[in-house]
Structure formats: C-alpha cells, structure tokens
Design a protein around this ligand. Structure first.
Ligand SMILES: NC(=O)c1ccc[n+]([C@@H]2O[C@H](COP(=O)([O-])OP(=O)(O)OC[C@H]3O[C@@H](n4cnc5c(N)ncnc54)[C@H](OP(=O)(O)O)[C@@H]3O)[C@@H](O)[C@H]2O)c1
Length: 335
C-alpha cells in the first residue's frame, strides 16, 4: 500500500513516501480500515522529532486521527461489517498503545485496528469532519467541559487559539456562552478568529498579553473578584506561563493539556496563593467526548475548522505548515 513512513527520528526528511509498504494483516479481533481521512496534529511533530521516554519502533506510520470505511473484519469481531463508516479512537484502552505513535496510523491507504477502538460515524458527519476530532477536539472537549467546567457567564482567554485544540476550545467556549478573548501570532489569524466567534483578539508575541486582559476586563483585585478572566486555556507553556497566571481573577482556573513552546517554564507562585488560582491538567479524551462531538456536528451545532485537505504524498508539507505556525484549524490528509 501507499504510506508516509517515519524511518527514524529527525527533521522533515525522516518522513518518506513509500508506494509499496506491506499491507496490514487482519487479526481475529481486528478490522482493516480503508482510510478516507487522517488529520495532522502537533503530536506528529513530537513523534517525528522523538520525545523523551517514548520508544517508537521504526518504521512507523504516523497519523493519529483516522476515519474511513471497514475493508475487512476479523473472524471473532461482531457488530461491525465491511463498508461501515468508522472513526478510530486512537487510544487502545485495552492492550495499550496509541495509533499513529506506537501502532501504525492513518498516513496510509489502510490501517489495522482493534475493533474495540471503532466509533460509528453518523450520516451527517463527513470523513474529513470525523478525522478532525479525536486528538484536538476530543482533548479540547475534556479540557473545557469535563475538567474546566466552563460556564455561560464566564470570561475565557485562549492561547494558541488558531490551532487544532485552540479552535476546538474557542467553539466550545462560545457554545457554552462565554465571553472569549483569544491570543494569536498574526493579524490575519486574529481576524479569522473573530470571524469564528471570538469576542476579542490580541497578540501574545511580546508575552505581555496580561496587559491586554487588564485593558478589556480590568486588573484582578486581591480582595474582591473584579478584573481578569475566569479561565485561561494554555497548552503553550514557555514564556506564556507567568502572564497567564497574571491574567486570572481571584479563584480563576488555568487549564493545560500541553506545552508547545516549553514544558519547564519559569513560574511565579505568588499569583497562585494571592489569587487562590487553580491549575488544572487535562489529558486526552474519553469515548464520550468523541460521540458528543459527532452528535454536535450531526445536529448542525458545530463545524470543525478545516484549513487544508492534502493528498498523502503532501503529508510532510502539512506537518511543515503546523511546525511553521501557518495553519488555521486542522490539516487533513486524504490517502
Ligand atoms: N495532552 C493531550 O492529550 C494533548 C492532546 C492534543 C494536543 N496536545 C498538545 O496541545 C498543543 C497544541 O496541539 P495542536 O495539535 O492543537 O497544535 P497546532 O494545531 O499546531 O496549534 C498550536 C497553536 O499554538 C500556537 N503556538 C504558540 N507557540 C507555538 C510554537 N512555539 N510553535 C508552534 N505553535 C505555537 C500557534 O498559533 P499562533 O501562531 O497563533 O501562536 C498554533 O496555532 C501541543 O503542544 C500538543 O502536544 C495535548
């Protein structure tokens, strides 16, 4: 089959387009999915570069978020048939492992997966939309709703709002009825985020964005609950960490699921005690996050933001766009 194969950790050249990669073999409890759409994530860059503590067997096929139709069903699989439209939940919750990282993923014509990882795609959801969901929108849903418990009268600041998780967080915050301020690296991204529903947009390239928060919402008070925002969404880390703490009102929550710009930032503990802040970690998604998101799309309540749809041989270019911050929303690969 055709596949974009990771041969070893490194830069863009370590991903190689292969037209004769061995077809996957279907185990008794597996299905083979004919891949229609796979979305890219920043996680693919971490996998390509190599992450401390995560051992990856090479060659590996990346691509965590996979949607397609069932091409073959294992002898002991029940409830699924060839032709069914399915989304793969990348997390193998029984045997362990992650599709597109430690299990061959969706940057290929076919993907073998354990049948318990399948989620049915409703008729009103396209393959491209479904493939946008698990890693970015699933994580955003858990972070904003389950962990962050976002409410309708709250003020929210979202960093990295133009990316996969970021656009998901913005759409969910608006669905909850919050007033949302977003941070982005360019005027063009800010404009597009306003079009998507952001109430306010500021740049954060000078790491002084707490001043933009004070201008709009006032400076957080030490005694009262005036000023600042209720929630900061920060999966960027690095130099953005302290200004994020400074942006929160008393009792505010900082939710995080990642650290694109650095996982060991300088902090300032004074803000945490003085303003009784809560730092909330959120990791990945549960199956309910995916079914809820597909119901939203099926019911016309949400439309994931898709920037580009590229053929398989251009997957490396798609990853470059993510790395260079040239993406707005999701990049989808159609093998
Ligand atoms: N724990 C989990 O389960 C989980 C799940 C999904 C994602 N994550 C993490 O969440 C983060 C975002 O993932 P994603 O797939 O949404 O990424 P993405 O689509 O590439 O979006 C990231 C956004 O962050 C901004 N950014 C800020 N600093 C950046 C930098 N140094 N390099 C690149 N972008 C930067 C960019 O917007 P501007 O150019 O406007 O700043 C970009 O749009 C990643 O760190 C990822 O590993 C964690």
């Amino acid at each position: 089959m055709r596949a974009m194969v990771l041969k070893g950790h490194g830069g863009p050249d370590s991903l190689v387009y292969d037209e004769s990669f061995p077809d996957p073999e279907c185990g008794n409890n597996d299905v083979i999915v004919r891949v229609k759409a796979t979305s890219l994530n920043y996680h693919d860059i971490f996998t390509r570069n190599g992450m401390p503590g995560i051992k990856i067997e090479m060659p590996m096929i990346c691509g965590l978020d996979v949607a397609g139709e069932i091409a073959e069903v294992g002898d002991e699989v029940s409830g699924w048939s060839t032709g069914d439209r399915v989304l793969i939940d990348p997390r193998n919750r029984v045997e362990g492992g992650l599709v597109g990282e430690t299990i061959h993923g969706g940057l290929a014509e076919y993907c073998r997966v354990a049948s318990h990882q399948l989620v049915k795609i409703p008729v009103g959801v396209t393959y491209d939309q479904a493939s946008s969901l698990p890693v970015a929108y699933g994580t955003a849903h858990r972070m904003m709703v389950t962990i962050g418990k976002i409410k309708n009268d709250e003020k929210v600041l979202i960093l990295g709002a133009s990316g996969g998780v970021g656009t998901g967080a913005l759409l969910l915050a608006k669905m909850a009825g919050s007033e949302v301020m977003v941070c982005a690296s360019s005027e063009e991204k800010m404009e597009r985020l306003r079009d998507l529903g952001a109430d306010h947009a500021i740049t954060y390239m000078d790491n002084q964005f707490h001043k933009g928060v004070y201008e709009r919402f006032g400076k957080p008070g030490r005694r009262g609950f005036e000023g600042g925002v209720n929630m900061v969404v920060n999966f960027t880390g690095g130099e953005t960490w302290v200004p994020s703490l400074r942006s929160l009102k008393r009792g505010g929550r900082l939710v995080t699921c990642g650290a694109t710009a650095g996982f060991d930032p300088k902090t300032d503990i004074r803000f945490i005690w003085t303003f009784e802040l809560q730092l909330l970690g959120s990791n990945s998604w549960e199956r309910e996050d995916l079914t809820q998101l597909m119901d939203y799309i099926d019911g016309g309540k949400m439309n994931p933001v898709i920037d580009k749809i590229l053929p398989l041989k251009d997957a490396s270019e798609g990853i470059r766009l993510l790395e260079e911050r040239e993406v707005f929303g999701k990049v989808i690969i159609n093998p």
